[in-house]
Ligand binder design. Structure first.
Ligand code: ATP
Ligand code: MG
Length: 458
């Protein structure tokens, strides 16, 4: 691999890397014992991008036992020892310190068969996935940039360290990490790396559903998710093949200017970056390809795509091992994404009763994103969604009744006026709730009891 090593001397210049005090102390303690020690990877990359890093990882020439010996008095976890990682529990946070490492051969397309420790920083940086993740920095020495990572950071380019084909064959998860970084950081994937991603996308089949799920959720919530979904649809289709028929599916409708896939990815980027919402938008029309029909006027219809889509969404999300909660929420959002928007208080209360407030609020966000992604004719629908939201706020602010526990009477009150014990009580309460929601009766004790006597006990 050609070395383009640059020591920028950035340590002496104003620079954007400000590790917490605790991390600086660890670097110094290791260096005082004669070892090399740098912060490395995501924290250096994120610092240059003006983002606050999630965690600060240290890479060092010290062997794991030397790390432990160099840090007396620290609480240290050795669960990652096999890979050369010790975790130091500082007062502020855990810090992972990993010995310079060379990864052995990969036979399972994910994990090295063996790892070898090294005394060479360059060797450690060479095993890292992308050039922007292969930067190391120490206040004493400055930036170590052996693979032109700083240049790629400035031009917002994601490029494999080494030969892309080889790097993806070693560990196929890197394919999805590339898409995730490109989506979250807004980077462009360099040509050869992009080509290798396409060529070797099938390798993703070796990756566990849990790992795919974690990376894919982050990708979907990235600010550039739309661009990545457009450009790398066929890569994502390796683990969600159900998206393929959406591409190019003309809706034959004056309300849609895009095909189903283009509409879908617009809808994804139009909703807040929360996994459940983004997944709901990704899957909201997944049932359409199987439900297409055209009427005599040449207008396309997709009868039943909501229910079928919900069933498909459930299967996909379960396959990717999403949590039960996520599966249920997203499936419900797909199931109801097409319900008619209304500013009718009675109907809003019915939906509130059926879905509960949090899910109903999410559904409004889904409606909005879906609508924005349609066409200009969507403006009228947008206005209706605003009105529906206004009605929702009013119902909640007025503390109006839309569920059994809001009723001003309970089972005991009904028994006291002669409603027979057993199922009748539940049925009567349900009828009362209906009557209150539909404004046929006030939610007030006397009025409700009169209503029961007149309509239920008659
Ligand atoms: P983030 O924490 O935002 O996910 P990160 O770059 O810190 O981003 P980590 O998974 O925390 O990602 O990994 C830390 C570093 O380890 C990376 O920056 C990279 O140098 C290296 N790394 C992680 N996973 C791989 C991999 N699959 N192949 C090669 N290098 C990797
Ligand atoms: Mg990290």
């Amino acid at each position: 691999m050609p070395s383009t090593k640059k020591r920028s001397g950035i340590g002496r210049l104003p620079h954007p890397i400000h590790p917490p005090q605790q991390v600086l102390i660890l670097l110094r303690l290791l260096q005082e014992q004669g070892f090399e020690a740098y912060i490395v990877g995501g924290c250096v990359r994120d610092s240059f991008l003006g983002l606050y890093p999630n965690d600060w990882d240290i890479t060092t020439s010290a062997m794991p036992d030397e790390v432990v010996n160099a840090l007396p008095g620290y609480r240290i976890l050795t669960t990652g020892l096999k890979h050369g990682t010790v975790t130091v529990l500082t007062d502020d946070m855990p810090v992972e310190i990993t010995t310079y490492r060379i990864d052995g051969a990969y036979s399972d397309g994910r994990h090295p068969d063996a790892v070898f420790f090294s005394r060479s920083l360059r060797e450690d940086l060479a095993r890292r996935d992308f050039t922007v993740n292969a930067l190391a920095y120490s206040p004493a020495i400055g930036l170590e940039d052996h693979f032109n990572g700083l240049h790629d950071l400035h031009s917002r380019t994601l490029r494999c360290v080494g030969i892309p084909e080889q790097r993806f064959q070693e560990d196929a998860l890197r394919i999805l990490r590339a898409l995730r970084f490109a989506a979250t950081l807004g980077f462009t994937i360099e040509k050869k790396t992009a080509y290798a991603i396409y060529q070797q996308k099938e390798l993703l089949r070796q990756i566990s559903a849990e790992r795919i799920q974690a990376e894919f959720s982050r990708l979907l919530c990235g600010r550039n998710a739309e661009r990545i979904l457009r450009k790398y649809r066929e890569v994502i289709a390796v683990f969600i093949p159900e998206i393929q028929p959406m591409a190019g599916l003309n809706q034959h409708s004056p309300y849609h200017i895009y095909d189903v896939w283009e509409h879908t990815i617009h809808a994804v980027s139009a909703v807040e970056p929360v996994p459940e919402l983004r997944l709901a938008m990704l899957l909201h029309d997944i049932g359409k390809p199987l439900c297409f029909s055209m009427d005599a006027k040449g207008i396309g219809h997709f009868y039943g795509h909501q229910k079928l889509g919900a069933d498909l969404a459930e299967k996909i999300l379960e396959r990717l091992r999403f949590s039960r909660q996520t599966v249920q929420t997203v499936t419900a959002l797909v199931r109801y994404h097409d319900i008619s928007i209304t500013d009718d208080e009675v109907r809003v209360k019915r939906w509130l009763n059926r879905l509960g407030e949090p899910l109903f609020r999410m559904l409004l966000q889904v409606n909005r994103a879906d609508t924005v992604a349609h066409s200009a004719a969507a403006a009228v629908r947008m206005e209706m969604i605003r009105r529906e939201e206004f009605v929702l706020e009013k119902i909640l602010a007025d503390k109006q009744c839309f569920q059994l526990k809001d009723l001003a009477v309970g089972g005991k009150d009904l028994l006291a006026i002669g409603v027979p014990e057993g199922q009748s009580v539940g049925k009567a309460l349900q009828s009362l709730l209906e009557a209150v929601i539909e404004k046929r009766c006030f939610n007030q004790k006397e009025a409700l009891l009169v209503y029961v006597k007149k309509h239920i006990l008659k």
